[in-house]
Every structure is written in structure tokens, then in C-alpha cells.
Design a protein around this ligand. Structure first.
Ligand code: SAM
Length: 356
């Protein structure tokens, strides 16, 4: 507050003259990068492994970084409420806040570490070209990574290392949303489930734990299936099997329920209908298809996460995020009926369509 010449009190930074939100948006990427760097250096893992709070010097030594840089990083993490700062007899030390312990350490069952890693190393680089993507109306793999995106998943899987990182990204979000999407509808009537583009098998595992009588076939490209077998799905899981193939070209295994989780958002409407027609043909009578996607509101007014994901689809894929009505139109075009959707309240929602 300030005293004006007339003696009246004025608000020195009134809401309409101080653009708080705009300033936050300008700086949003600074926050993301602070989080990415702290995870990449292993700050939260080092603190998890310690029985007591650690000083900046101890942390800097453990992560192999400069003391000055580490001190500033720790201060910013404290401001972001990811770390707790302790002061005892003039000695400053740090420990993980509960959220950091749960979601930012590598070993936590709820870890988002791999998702953060992919955002930092791949998505962040693609978003450097967002302006070009909006202008051109297409993804920016050529500019970002020097690879052609003629075959989308050849570009995404441009090396084995990139493929594993992508699979870890896919895997990690289901740590926190997987149960919600497989239980959004009662899927217990469907005994033979085929997860098309099932990737790391995270949703297959959620299905077998939620529905004790089902079996799940993970259908994916051969090299993804090999990687999934080797790194993600245990051999002794008798209820999960694999099928290698291209879902646009090869015959699909017969099933009662097909899951398409984050598949249709990769593709144009034409390709989505092409895939859904193939599924309709393979699906047993009385069977169904479950779409798992981040649904946009009917009028496009939100949620912000789905709106931003749709931009991400522009930068990275051939697809987009859609409303439940748009998904219903795709399903109807392929012959599915009795279409319902369920909002889970988390990032990903579910749409179920039946083969009459
Ligand atoms: C965006 S990821 C979704 C992965 C998984 N459903 C999930 O939500 O975690 C797309 C998946 O589709 C697979 N895929 C892409 N094109 C495919 C094709 N032509 N045939 C079979 N699988 C394909 C990819 O390998 C990848 O596993």
C-alpha cells in the first residue's frame, strides 16, 4: 500500500496492473527445468538414501555437481515445496518433502521419474519447435532430431535407447492412473482381452489384478514386444501373453475386449476409423472396445491438461486429443454401438463401445 498526494491509500500493485498469471506462465518452464534437473542429478534419490537431512555440500558431492549450483537448485526446490529446509545451530540441511519422496525418487512404486526424464530429454526439445508445429500443422521430428516422421513410430523409436525411454514414459503414468481407467467400467464380463499397442504391459497388469478371471494379450510391434518381454513383464505371469504385429496390416487376435489406450490420439480420424474397422471385424459378438484417452470438454473449454496434450500431439504425432462425442463418432463410423464414457477425475478417461 502507498500514500498518494491526496492522502488516500492506493494499492501499489493492483490485480489489473500486475500481471501475476502472465508472469507465472512466462516462468513456467523455469519450474519444469528445475524439477527435471533435480531428478536427473538424483537429488531426491540421494536424500531418500540418507537417514538424516543433508547439507548442500554433502548433496553436491553425492550428485557430482558444483556447490554453488547445488545451493541454488536446493533453494529453488525448497521454494517449490519439493524439499524441506532445516536450520540447526546455523547449519542448513535438506530433506525430501512427502510429494518428492513418493513421486520423484526412482525406486518409489508411484515414481514419475521416467516420465520426467522423457519430458526433459525429448518432449522439451520438441516443444522448442512449437511455433513451427503450429505454423506447419505437423510434428517437428526433422527439426528437433533430424529424423523423418514418414513412419511415426520409426521416428519415435529412432534408437533402442529412445524406444526404452518411451516405453518407460508410457509405463510410469499408469503407476498413478492405471487402476482408475481399467475400473472406470465393469470389465469383468470380458474374459479374453487384447491390449492393442499394449507397450510395456502396465495396463495389462492392472487388468489381471482387477479382474481375476481375465487373460490379456499384449499386441505391439515386434521390437516393442521383445523389449517388453525382456524388461517389463515377468515370465511367470501366466495370464499375460504377447502377440507381435502391425495393427494396421496384420490380422488381430480374436478377443472379447480390445483396449486402445493412448492409441487413437496418435492418429488422424481416417487412420482411427481404419483401425476401429479392423477391430470391429476381429471382435467377438457381444464384445467391446475400451478407449483410454484424455478427454476434452465438449466445448473445448478444458481441461487445460488435455488442451496442452493436444498441442503435444501436434508437435509429436499425427493425432490430437478429442471430446467424448468425437470418439463416439469414430466408434460409430466403425459399427460400434451403446457408447458410453466415464471421466475418472484424473488425466485419463475411458470410452466403451460395444459390438451389438
Ligand atoms: C502412445 S503409445 C501407448 C502405449 C500404451 N497403450 C499406453 O497407454 O501406455 C502407442 C503404442 O502403440 C504401438 N504401435 C504404434 N503403431 C503400431 C502398429 N502399427 N502396430 C502395433 N502397435 C503399434 C507403439 O509401439 C506403442 O506401444
Amino acid at each position: 500500500m502507498a500514500e498518494s498526494k491526496t492522502g488516500s491509500t492506493e494499492v501499489s500493485a493492483a490485480a489489473d496492473t500486475y500481471p501475476k498469471k502472465i508472469l507465472e506462465y512466462i516462468e513456467g518452464f523455469l519450474i519444469s527445468k528445475t524439477l527435471f534437473t533435480s531428478c536427473e542429478l538424483g537429488v531426491f534419490d540421494v536424500l531418500l538414501g540418507s537417514e538424516r537431512p543433508l547439507s548442500a555440500e554433502e548433496i553436491s558431492k553425492a550428485v557430482g555437481a558444483s556447490l554453488d549450483g547445488t545451493e541454488r537448485l536446493l533453494a529453488a526446490c525448497t521454494g517449490l515445496q519439493l524439499l524441506i529446509r532445516h536450520q540447526d545451530n546455523g547449519q542448513v540441511s535438506y530433506s525430501n518433502a512427502e510429494q518428492a519422496k513418493l513421486y520423484l525418487t526412482r525406486s518409489s512404486p508411484l515414481s514419475l521419474y521416467q516420465s520426467i526424464n522423457y519430458h526433459s530429454r525429448t518432449i522439451y526439445l520438441c516443444w522448442h519447435y512449437l511455433t513451427d508445429a503450429v505454423r506447419d500443422g505437423r510434428n517437428q521430428y526433422e527439426k528437433a532430431f533430424g529424423v523423418s516422421s514418414g513412419d511415426l513410430f520409426e521416428a519415435i523409436y529412432r534408437s533402442d535407447e529412445e524406444m526404452v525411454k518411451f516405453m518407460q514414459l508410457m509405463n510410469s503414468i499408469w503407476n498413478i492412473c492405471g487402476k482408475d481407467v481399467v475400473t472406470a467400467f465393469d470389465l469383468s464380463p470380458f474374459k479374453a482381452i487384447c491390449d492393442l499397442g499394449g507397450c510395456s504391459g502396465a495396463l495389462a497388469k492392472h487388468c489381471t489384478s482387477a479382474y481375476p478371471e481375465c487373460t490379456v494379450t499384449i499386441f505391439d510391434l515386434p521390437k516393442v514386444v521383445h523389449m517388453s518381454r525382456e524388461h517389463f513383464v515377468k515370465e511367470d505371469d501366466q495370464r499375460i501373453s504377447f502377440h507381435e504385429g502391425d495393427f494396421f496390416k496384420d490380422s488381430l487376435p480374436e478377443a472379447d475386449l480390445y483396449i486402445l489406450a493412448r492409441i487413437l490420439h496418435d492418429w488422424t480420424d481416417e487412420r482411427c476409423i481404419e483401425l476401429l474397422l479392423r477391430i470391429y471385424k476381429a471382435c467377438k459378438p457381444g464384445g467391446a472396445v475400451l478407449l483410454v484417452e484424455a478427454l476434452l470438454n465438449e466445448d473445448g473449454s478444458g481441461p487445460l491438461t488435455a488442451q496442452l496434450y493436444s498441442l503435444n500431439m501436434l508437435v509429436q504425432t499425427e493425432g490430437r486429443e478429442r471430446t467424448d462425442v468425437q470418439y463416439a463418432a469414430l466408434l460409430t463410423a466403425a459399427g460400434f454401438t451403446n457408447i458410453r464414457h466415464c471421466l475418472t477425475g484424473k488425466i485419463y478417461d475411458a470410452v466403451l463401445g460395444h459390438k451389438g
